[in-house]
Design a protein around this ligand. Structure first.
Ligand code: NAD
Length: 272
């Protein structure tokens, strides 16, 4: 059996990129995975495999999976996602708040808009998905975990929030994105402190630049790509599986005494 055998995991934003890699890694470790996104297939992805829905890919490998459509910015949809996960697999042990957007780096300027050019609506949209979405995921997943029987390890649940290096240091010209990821990081610590006594692990991963569709706009020309790579002492961008491996650790009993951490998976970016 894998490290997550018999666990039920929900992963938001699982149709592409990092969320997809986390869902697949969890399934390979034996978890039953509820994949969730705005739609089952990625609209844009740099990974060809994403043309097969993540939950189909898991089932093709003999795992257990389901897809539940949800917009993480909408409270009733996140609440319903948790209810459906319980309907399908009976409980929720692990909840990954991964769904996210970076409107500022989608803009033609690519390196971000800066605060003067960031519109109020870009700020609101970004914070709604990234920060509010994570708040909602924590809120409804924890309510469910508190209703469940505690497993044999004594742990009641595992929450993993995908923040960013942008939640730890001031990155480029993306004030809305940085604000949303900083909020995610601080929320992680608050909830970890509040739910430590209930044995719910709450941790965040802060990825550096990871090769996904999200960062395509900043890697179109050689100069900006070289500059971004140079900011990572490791001398490369990360891959979705690098974040997924950290998520498996944080969701497993190997992380028994780990809670409230903001774990950079960034090739040394924030260490510099
Ligand atoms: P991605 O764009 O490849 O995938 C994001 C997924 O989230 C997509 O499938 C998208 O449909 C989904 N999504 C967007 N809005 C949603 C909503 N409102 N409700 C539900 N799903 C929604 O991006 P990625 O690089 O895989 O990013 C995943 C997470 O990692 C995000 O939170 C992102 O901010 C974070 N992150 C990414 C990087 C990076 O360099 N790629 C670095 C640090 C943090």
């Amino acid at each position: 059996p894998g490290r997550l055998a018999d666990k039920v995991a929900v992963v938001t934003g699982s149709s592409a990129g990092i969320g997809r890699a986390i869902a697949l890694a969890f399934a390979r470790e034996g978890a039953k995975v509820v994949c969730s996104d705005l739609q089952p297939l990625a609209t844009v992805d740099i990974n060809d495999e994403a043309h097969v829905a993540t939950h189909d890919a898991i089932m093709n490998e003999g795992g257990y999976s389901a897809f539940v459509k949800a917009d993480v910015g909408e409270a009733h949809e996140v609440e319903e996602l948790v209810h459906e996960a319980v309907e399908i697999f009976g409980r929720v042990d692990i909840f990954v708040n991964n769904a996210g957007i970076a409107i500022e780096i989608d803009e033609p300027s690519a390196s971000g808009l800066g605060i003067a050019k960031t519109s109020v609506s870009v700020y609101d949209k970004t914070v709604k998905v990234n920060a509010r979405g994570t708040f909602l995921g924590c809120k409804y997943a924890i309510a469910q975990m508190m209703r469940q029987e505690v497993g044999p390890s004594g742990d009641r649940g595992w929450i993993i929030n995908i923040s960013s290096i942008a939640g730890l240091v001031g990155c480029g010209g993306c004030p809305a994105y940085c604000s949303s990821k900083g909020a995610t990081a601080e929320l992680t610590k608050q909830v970890a402190v509040e739910y430590g006594p209930h044995k719910i692990h709450v941790n965040a991963i802060c990825p550096g630049v990871i090769n996904t569709a999200m960062v395509k706009p900043i890697t179109t020309d050689d100069a900006s790509t070289k500059q971004m790579i140079a900011a990572h002492p490791w001398g490369a961008f990360g891959e979705p599986k690098d974040v997924a491996n950290a998520a498996v650790f944080l969701a497993s009993e190997d992380a028994a005494f780990v809670t409230g951490v903001l774990l950079p998976v960034d090739g040394g970016y924030v260490a510099e």
